[in-house]
Design a protein. Sequence first.
Length: 277
Amino acid sequence: MSRQQNPLIQVKDLKKYYPVKTGIIPHVTDYVKAVDGVSFSIYEGEILGLVGESGCGKTTIGKLLTGLEKPTEGAILYRGMDVLDWTAKEQKKYRTKIQMIFQDPYSSLNPRKHIYEILAAPMLYHGISDKQTVEKDVKELLEMVGMPQSALGRYPHEFSGGQRQRIGIARALSLKPEFIVCDEPVSALDVSVQAQILNLLKSLQKELQLTLLFIGHGLGAVHYVSDRIAVMQNGRIVELGDAREVFHHPQQEYTKMLLNSILEPKAYSEDRDSQGS
């Protein structure tokens, strides 16, 4: 990946404050600064890892980038254009280009709909497929994420956590996005399944030339998949650099603390280093 190209996503002085109300007649007395003046760029074709402890603001950034939350201040640029200034029609198109994979795949899948409908409905609504091609397109999606076609008539509760996450990935891919926010996509899975999902994400990113923001609280998994890593603490980015440099030669004490508290298998980092990637 070349840093000479223009960023796909630029975040400039982004802030998200939530008011705290107290008193018999509730009034704002303070603000929770979930995101407090964050700036970074994500280049086309890269995986940027965003890591930090729970509550540091990393998931809020993911929601801001996908339009699920509105910022208090700051700018989000997509291919150089501020998405906050776009019309409703432009925003709709933007949301097909930017998708999200959630931490809990079960809660993000409609339990009343079978997998075919979960995947087909957004493709038909946004004009990605039509009635003649949608069945073929859905089957191709399932094959892409390693799921059998027999899954189409089944419901989310009939699958394991890892299988549901594969379906969640397929749904994110269904609108042919350029950029995907992966919000702790393996933290709710068994360790043996985590590696499978991480390898699937890396493979899909390379095959489809996707750009990813990979959010996690463990440096091991984030280092395994990422080209660069941003470390977040108390709503701010405290360190940002090449994945290997941040992992092996951290500059900030907070990053060193995260490294020392790794509880997940070190196989992620060891595998990455042995691959020379």
